[in-house]
Design a protein around this ligand. Structure first.
Ligand SMILES: *Cc1c(COP(=O)(O)O)cnc(C)c1O
Length: 336
């Protein structure tokens, strides 16, 4: 395997985990080599998009262990997503056991330390039995597959450009706070359009007033203010990113910075020193500029490299994930 040149794409690995829900309960689950899912033509997921997912990674550490980063938070978040979509939650302890077993069974696919690559883990769940009228399915499948991945943005630490789109991501009382496939389906047109116009991603505003900054299609946003405070938007329609919550902790406890989760108005973009996207896939991606309908906001950190604090946050968080820096209690689950 050419670990250093891996992109962010699906690579088939040997084993995946499957558990089925029927007659009100989850079965014991199996590991299988069969990557195919065969469904009835009227399955709930196909008709009404009844599906949610998670994303986390396994890393090879500097001392040769294989670890996952805060998987308990993915288990919890998937329960919340399932509940919002009227799906039966997959129990958190079973989620963690399933993650462990599927990583262990594909241990040869965990990229080596120092390659910059990692093993992406994708748990997901969907309605399987036929539905016609609009109602939740009665039967579900929970699966986890893994795939070795390289960096999400090919440019690595090169700053990216966002635009403020004329599309909304999440309604005030909608599903923006859960990891539902439907949130991504409706963002595809906006991202294709952004790419056509030469931007890497969309910076969504709150749909009620279109004055406050929310997030991008698949990553939360953090800013550094001119007085070195790390700030992130507070909103009930943002997906609660585990990376973002971890970075805010790292900023405060490891770097001694002031942090704040608060409403951030679009008008404040001019006053920010640094900006970055955060999520499991990209970890932390520096943003160089934002285009707001032709008006360009260039952050002082510029388009050449990540801002100083963004870089420190990135180094500290990846240091914790790769075992170079001591992790807070409970952040690392070893696979053994
Ligand atoms: C998954 C996701 C994120 C990132 O969350 P992490 O837990 O950090 O991976 C951010 N925004 C959206 C919309 C997401 O779906």
């Amino acid at each position: 395997m050419d670990w250093k040149n891996l992109g962010f794409g699906y690579v088939k690995t040997d084993y995946r985990y499957v558990s089925n829900y029927k007659d009100g309960k989850w079965d014991e689950g199996i590991l299988t080599t069969d990557e195919k899912v065969v469904l009835n033509e009227s399955a709930g997921v196909l008709q009404y998009a009844q599906t949610c997912f998670e994303g986390l990674k396994a890393y090879k550490t500097v001392d040769g262990r294989v670890v996952c980063f805060r998987p308990d938070l993915n288990a919890q978040r998937m329960i919340q997503s399932a509940q919002r979509l009227e799906m039966p939650p997959f129990p958190a302890e079973r989620f963690l056991e399933a993650v462990k077993s599927v990583v262990k069974k594909n241990i040869e696919s965990v990229p080596p330390y120092g390659s910059g690559a990692s093993l992406y883990i994708r748990p997901y769940m969907f309605g399987t039995n036929p539905v016609m009228g609009v109602k939740p399915a009665d039967e579900y499948q929970f699966r986890i597959f893994v795939s070795p991945v390289g960096p999400y943005f090919k440019g690595g630490a090169k700053p990216i450009t966002l635009r403020i789109p004329d599309f909304d991501r999440a309604a005030p009382l909608g599903t923006g706070h859960v990891k539902a496939g439907l949130n991504y389906a409706m963002s595809l047109h906006a991202i294709v359009d952004a790419h056509k116009q030469g931007y890497n991603e969309n910076m969504y505003l709150d749909s009620a007033t279109r004055t406050k900054i929310e997030e991008t299609g698949g990553a939360n946003i953090i800013f550094v203010t001119k007085d070195n405070k790390v700030v992130t938007p507070k909103s009930s329609t943002i997906l609660p990113s585990i990376t973002r919550r971890s970075l805010m902790y790292v900023a405060q406890k490891y770097l001694g910075l002031e942090v704040e989760e608060r409403i951030i108005y679009k008008e404040e973009l001019n006053e920010m020193k640094e900006c970055a996207l955060c999520g499991t896939a990209a970890v932390l991606s520096p943003v160089g500029k934002v285009n707001d309908h032709g008006k360009e906001i260039v952050f002082p950190s510029g388009m050449e490299k990540a801002g100083e604090i963004t870089q420190k946050l990135y180094d500290t968080l990846t240091g914790i994930q790769l075992g170079r820096i001591e992790a807070p209690e409970g952040w690392i689950m070893e696979i053994k």
